[in-house]
Each structure stands twice: as structure tokens, then as C-alpha cells.
Design a binder for this molecule. Sequence first.
Ligand code: MTE
Ligand code: MO
Length: 309
Amino acid sequence: MKLHIPTIPSSEITPKELFYNRRNFMQLAAGATMMSLLPQSVFAGDKLPNVKKADETPTDKLTSFKDITSYNNFYEFGTSKESPAENAGSLKTRPWTISVEGEVKKPKVYDIEELLKLAPLEERIYRLRCVEAWSMVIPWVGYPLAELLKLVEPTSKAKFVEFISLEDHDQMPGQKSATLEWPYREGLRIDEAMHPLTLLTVGLYGEVLPNQNGAPIRLVVPWKYGFKSAKSIVKIRLLENQPTTSWMKAGPAEYGFYSNVNPAVDHPRWTQAKERRIGEFLKRPTLPFNGYEDQVAHLYSGMDLIKNF
Ligand SMILES: Nc1nc2c(c(=O)[nH]1)N[C@H]1C(S)=C(S)[C@@H](COP(=O)(O)O)O[C@H]1N2
Ligand SMILES: [Mo]
């Protein structure tokens, strides 16, 4: 690497400046050597390199970066919509690993730097429908979770996949309250987890994920209510039996394991027939499977989706 040192005519340099410039140069040189030895990391706000643009652009207008990053549900940082953006600065996203374990032939602890390079990064513009009857349209960056699951070789007993978020009461002040059972746990059936729409997500709007959106790595399952999309994942377990999720424990009559977006099945305390798109005034009708019916309805053929809500 070549360093550009500003050249100042020697006649104008005082002894003090001479010392200062020399010290600066030495620090720069030391920094450059260290940087080339360290693995390259990226942080919130950095552009993600080599992202393949989405081939399908939905007709819905994208939600603004500001709304996506300042109106969040991330109970580890408090229960109000503003608290994740205010508090998630304390989350340390390096070093970070995801342990993939359970019913797999090749369990492995993956480092985040390896996960970032595991498969080509793609932009995916998805609608996100929160169970609270609001929605957004978000240009995520990631790759199908199936790319990772294939590498660990699930055994024939692997019927479900559990996602476990970070538990660290110092970094995550919301965990000092028992608003949910910590760590946050979610789950999918194996065929849902392997579906090409299920995205292991590392960015949005072309940039590294902001902490409040689940940095450094989260799931996005666009045909299910938003809470299925676990943030800041540290463990993925393949299981023979259906896991119990944090939301099922918090309210078994309100939050089922499947939680497919379904305008025909109301939440016990409010209707799911309509939703408010963040940034819009009038409500719009909610679509079955959040508009992804053509791609995913076959996963549930023969199932009673009122019982399996
Ligand atoms: N670990 C964890 N993951 C989580 C949540 C949470 O509180 N903790 N909230 C969920 C809910 S209810 C929604 S709607 C989405 C919101 O994602 P976003 O803030 O990136 O829009 O994250 C989901 N993932
Ligand atoms: Mo949600």
C-alpha cells in the first residue's frame, strides 16, 4: 500500500510540526500494516459490496430508510417503537458467531465474516407485516437460509429449525424486564426454513444492518407475521420436535407456531383483515400469506390454518 504524505516545504516546518507529522506518519504506517492483517469487517452504515439487484420490484412504494430504522420491535432494547433505535447502540456486533447444531451431520460454529461470504448477496424487496396490523416494504440484503442449512447436512430426523437470539443483559437493557422469556426464540418447519423466500439477512437499502434491525444477522420470513423473523441470531438448532417459541409462551392463545399472515384469522384482541402501511394514511386490506400465496400456499395443503394459526 502507498501512503500519500502531504509535502510541506522544509523551510516552513517548525520542530514541533516536524515531530507531529512524523508521529502521524508512523501511526498511519502501523495502522496500515495492522489493517492488512485483520479480517475485514463491516459495520452499520457501511455499503455492502457485490449485492445483486432484485430482479422483481414490487409495485408498492418502498418504506423510507428513516421509518425502517426508527419504528422497530426489538424487545431486547425496550418495548416502545423508538427504544430500539435509541438503545441498540450498546449491541456489540463483533466478534459474532452462529452455532448451527442439533440434527445435522456437520454441526459448525460459523463466524460472521464467513457467513457474509457464504453465498452471493442479493437484494430482496419484501413486505413485512407485523402482527400489530402495520406493515412496511423493505429492501433487504441477504441470501436464502437454505444455503447455510445445506452445508450442515440436516439428518432425516430434522423436522423443525429453531432460531435463538443473543441473550446478554448488559448489552440488551430490555432483558432486565421479563417482557418475554429470554433468549428470544423462534422456529420454522424444515420445509419453511428451506423455502427460497426465507432470507438470512445482513443488510437493508444496500448497507450493513443497523443494530435496531437485528444486526449483524437475522431472519426474514415474508409470508409470516414479523415476529417470526428473529433478530441478532447466535444459534440455529435443527430439531425432531416442534419448538415452543417466546411468543407462544407469552400468549399461547394469541401467537401460534405457524403465524402465517391470514386476514381470515383475527388476533383475539384486534382484526387482521386490514393493515396500516407505515407512511400512509388509509388502511389497506391484508393479503393471505402477505401476498406470497402463489409461492407458499402449497406448503400448507391439507392443513387447517384456523387450528394451526
Ligand atoms: N430477537 C428479536 N427478534 C425480533 C423481535 C424482537 O423483539 N426480538 N421483534 C419481531 C417483530 S414483532 C417484528 S415486527 C420484526 C421487526 O423487524 P424490523 O424492526 O427490522 O422491522 O422483528 C421481529 N424479530
Ligand atoms: Mo411484529
